[in-house]
Write a protein that binds this ligand. Structure first.
Ligand code: S3P
Length: 454
């Protein structure tokens, strides 16, 4: 297992490279898919083999929690893991607190799993996760019979006692959230009858795809107005199944945007997941004039995958509709950096969910851009970035607020800005993208430890 994030902050600085970025690379495995592979492998009968698992802090926390719940989880080599599952309904009461670190996905999905097992578990996380709302999963999971005791607002640490006789429910998501959808479906696995989730706006469907891959019976129907109704038959026998985890498009976003903004760059990123419900950034960048080619499209482990080739070029501002937000919710830090180099105004609409991510990302992005000399405003739930097609000033130190994507986004900004950009702490990057700095350096990026005091 990786070392937990240490307390000592690790500042880094990024400056404009003398040469363009070039070369080919692979980003680590998809974080969402990695969590789900571990969870469903733990519930399946038999040995599941996973290739390409993301060995980031978040996923390792989920693996450790599942081990405490009785799954037999072992690492065979880089990204190669085996899980001896214990069957739906087979979880043991954990002897210790489940500490999910920085991971909202790990916490919410596991609360779903625990909600329909008759045991009591205690859950906590780091300072960022302890601030994030759990009420959004507590509400439906309580209807299924689980009991929660937690801090005000349902925040971690909390205790959950799962239902002895879980009730299947029909639940309409009040916010577009794949985590909430997945928590209800995972709880529904150990409830008799049909559990239904209705999502007015489609969110990433990795849980549905992987449930089918492990042999669960579920149906997905389109609703009028573009939503979806997902119905799961409870108490299936899940069978172990191999999983090949594609590269994470949310991680690929950073080298992609870096290659767009560093003049003369051309970069290829191999084996990136291009699930349409994750592809909003690619659509948005294309509208801004980016040249990104999909090469060698294929399917791996039930997920669409391609190699992405990107060339630097002029970008123009665009109006990014709120309906697209669920398909690119983690990509706004990267998109906002691209917008800072574009000519004209980019309006990113409907970003209220960014306020409850690893940090209040809406304000973290706006504050970091303003410090870097970019004209930026928050109007209601919209983010406005105004560029003139020239590199922004940079010359700032950015507070990363325990948020891996804020850390990476502002290092990328520094690669194209007129003056270097520093971040106060690169440690959070390990939650989703271990090896980020080395990968970027391998493409020619100038990222290093600062020489003097920040
Ligand atoms: C995720 C869903 C999204 C996303 C997160 C991963 C998932 O969160 O931001 O990084 O794996 O289901 P929400 O469900 O809160 O939108």
């Amino acid at each position: 297992m990786a070392e937990p994030i240490s307390a000592a902050p690790r500042p880094l600085v990024a400056r404009a490279s003398r040469q363009p970025l070039s070369g080919a690379s692979r980003v680590p495995g998809d974080k969402s898919i990695s969590h789900r592979a571990l969870i469903l492998g733990s519930l399946a009968i038999g040995r599941t083999r996973i290739e390409g698992l993301l060995e980031g802090e978040d996923v390792l926390r989920t693996a450790a929690a599942l081990s405490l719940l009785g799954a037999g989880i072992a690492r065979g080599g880089e990204g190669a893991w085996t899980i001896d599952g214990i069957g739906v309904g087979g979880l043991f009461e954990p002897e210790d607190v489940l500490d999910l670190g920085n991971s909202g996905t790990g916490a919410r999905l596991l609360l779903g799993l625990l909600a329909s097992h008759p045991l009591t578990a205690l859950m906590t996380g780091d300072a960022s996760l302890r601030r994030r709302p759990m009420g959004r999963v507590i509400a439906p999971l309580s209807r299924m019979g689980a009991q929660f005791r937690g801090r005000e607002g349902g925040r971690l640490p909390l205790a959950v006692t799962g239902a002895k006789e879980p009730l299947p429910i029909q639940y309409r998501l009040p916010v577009p959230s794949a985590q909430v959808k997945s928590a209800v479906l995972l709880a529904g696995l150990n409830a008799p009858g049909e559990t239904t989730v209705i999502e007015p706006q489609p969110t990433r469907d990795h849980t549905e795809r992987m449930l089918a891959h492990f042999g669960a019976r579920l149906s997905v129907e389109e609703e009028t107005g573009g939503g979806r109704r997902i119905t799961l038959e409870g108490q299936p026998e899940l069978a172990a199944a191999p999983v090949a985890v594609p590269g994470d498009p949310s991680s690929a976003a950073f080298p992609l945007v870096a290659a767009l903004i560093v003049p003369g760059s051309e970069v290829r990123i191999r084996g990136v997941g291009v699930n349409p419900l994750r592809a909003g950034l690619l659509e948005s960048l294309a509208e801004m004039g980016a040249q990104i080619a999909f090469e060698n499209p294929r399917e791996e482990g039930g997920e669409p995958v391609a190699d992405l080739r990107v060339k630097a070029g002029a970008l123009r501002g665009a109006d990014i509709p709120a309906e697209r937000a669920p398909r690119m919710i983690d990509e706004y830090p990267a998109l906002a950096v691209a917008a800072a180099f574009a000519n004209g105004r980019t309006r990113m609409r409907g970003l209220q969910e960014l306020r409850v991510k690893e940090s209040d990302r809406l304000s973290a992005i706006a504050e970091g851009l303003a410090r870097s000399g970019v004209t930026v405003a928050v109007e209601g739930e919209d983010l406005l970035v105004e560029g003139d097609g020239k590199p922004p000033a940079g010359g700032a130190t950015i507070a990363t607020r325990l948020d891996h994507r804020i850390a990476m986004a502002f290092l990328v900004l520094g690669l194209g800005a007129r003056e270097p950009v520093a971040i106060d702490d690169a440690q959070p990057i390990a939650t989703s993208f271990p090896g980020f700095v080395d990968l970027m350096k391998g493409l020619g990026a100038a990222i290093e430890e600062p020489a003097g005091c920040l």
